[in-house]
Write a protein that binds this ligand. Structure first.
Ligand SMILES: NC(=O)c1ccc[n+]([C@@H]2O[C@H](COP(=O)([O-])OP(=O)(O)OC[C@H]3O[C@@H](n4cnc5c(N)ncnc54)[C@H](OP(=O)(O)O)[C@@H]3O)[C@@H](O)[C@H]2O)c1
Length: 261
């Protein structure tokens, strides 16, 4: 199986990086296209094919992933449309907030439409640790399981519908930035408490890793886990209640909702 990635920016580059670490594609089965050559060098060093020509990139690809900014998607589709074989090639759109109906209207070739997947990963895909949402549009079960297998190899994936894609994007794709902000805030707190910045960051990261592993291994609700570490009248509950008094949960929920507007 061969894949072409159009756009080697933050997301396209992370996707390529993950694929090159993954077990589904050989490096020689991955082609990455980008207008500026400088972004491509690191991928050709790892054995992938690279090009500045989008039409050349999609030749022989079983999967074509469009990973350019949303306002450039129509232009890219117009450029490559006539070179896509709708009977054999699957299209993945990673650009956020473009409806499948709009994509199909751009992709229409005299009434012929391709198999399309709307896919939203997050940048942890580079480390094979993405949370990826997949919306199949006109795909068979077999095609859906092929695409799911690709993204399961790069973290976790969830097949969903278009109405949940925005919420998924906010929770996991923007969400990674929200998680980073927690790491920054906790690390800065750690410095005020007396640790050097890099040590404070390592402590916060290991603590978060521990929290995630605890919840994933036990299936516990976070509040149940919190009950296990809060001694009545103790310091942890005082810390938590002070965070809540300053709007912690509310800030997170309102931030997530703002990311959906
Ligand atoms: N970043 C995320 O966390 C994230 C998460 C989910 C979805 N997405 C989606 O992914 C898409 C890309 O976002 P990004 O953050 O990766 O943006 P980005 O860093 O700006 O990358 C876009 C890339 O597309 C290239 N490009 C521009 N015109 C092109 C063309 N005609 N043909 C081929 N490549 C072209 C750009 O090349 P030059 O810069 O060299 O001109 C750039 O390398 C967006 O639509 C976004 O909604 C991003």
């Amino acid at each position: 199986m061969k894949i072409a990635i159009i756009g080697a920016g933050a997301m396209g580059g992370s996707f390529a990086e993950g694929l090159l670490k993954g077990s589904i594609f050989n490096p020689s089965d991955i082609t990455i296209a980008n207008p500026h050559k400088d972004k491509l060098q690191r991928f050709s060093n790892l054995g992938a094919n690279t090009t500045t020509n989008n039409i050349e990139a999609i030749k022989d690809a079983d999967i074509i992933a469009i990973v350019v900014k949303p306002w450039l998607v129509e232009q890219v589709i117009n450029e490559i449309k006539d070179s896509i074989d709708y009977n054999h090639q699957i299209i993945i759109n990673m650009a956020a907030a473009i409806k499948a109906d709009t994509l199909f209207s751009w992709l229409d070739k005299n009434g012929q439409k391709p198999v399309l997947f709307q896919v939203i990963p997050n940048i942890a895909i580079a480390q094979k640790a993405s949370m990826t949402f997949i919306v199949p549009c006109g795909a068979s079960h077999k095609q859906t399981s092929i695409v799911k297998e690709v993204f399961d190899d790069l973290g976790k994936s969830l097949i969903t519908d278009e109405t949940h894609l925005g919420a998924g994007t906010t929770l996991a794709s923007c969400g990674i930035a929200y998680a980073m902000r927690y790491v920054r805030a906790a690390s800065e707190g750690g410095v005020e408490l007396g640790f050097k910045a890099d040590i404070a960051k390592e402590i916060v990261l290991q603590t978060l890793k521990g929290a995630v592993e605890l919840l994933q291994t036990t299936g516990m609700h976070p509040e149940t886990a919190i009950d296990q570490v809060t001694t009545p009248g103790g310091l942890t509950i005082k810390g938590l209640n002070t965070m809540e008094k300053n709007g912690f949960s509310n800030a997170v929920i309102e931030g997530l909702k703002a990311g959906l507007k």
